[in-house]
Design a protein around this ligand. Sequence first.
Ligand code: FE
Length: 164
Amino acid sequence: MTTHFEEKMNQESESDSPEKSACGLPSEASLDGKGDFGLSEEEWKQRLTPEQFRVLRQQGTEPPFNNEFWNSKADGDYSCAGCGQKLFSSAQKFDSGTGWPSFSTPIEQNNVGEERDESHGMVRIEVHCSNCGGHLGHVFPDGPKPTGLRYCINSASLVQNPQG
Ligand code: FE
């Protein structure tokens, strides 16, 4: 039997941050023709690890708190694991509490493309590398100021280039 208090708590926990769990669902955005890099599926498989291929080329999602960069505070830029294009900087990385690396802005706006993703009964904005079309994650409107954005990114789509 559920009390009114428990009902309220459940409602609040669901409405608190609906987008934060939406990070964990795979994307089904249409990325056909995005960043045509000229590689066949077979060539991408040879170039990437199975996990990188699953995320970048099949729009998969990795588990929260169990991926390479979610808790990393190391300085440096993050580049696309598919093609090397610079995507994010540690300077804009923040702790979102979601278990995925989160950034308030890309390093260059043009380096990250956006596509509407209506899968799983919700509307999300999928983000991908503008150079090779590799899937990165999603962007949500609940990030810190001044952008107010939270780029929720899969670690497998990134490689970090240390500064220095
Ligand atoms: Fe790329």
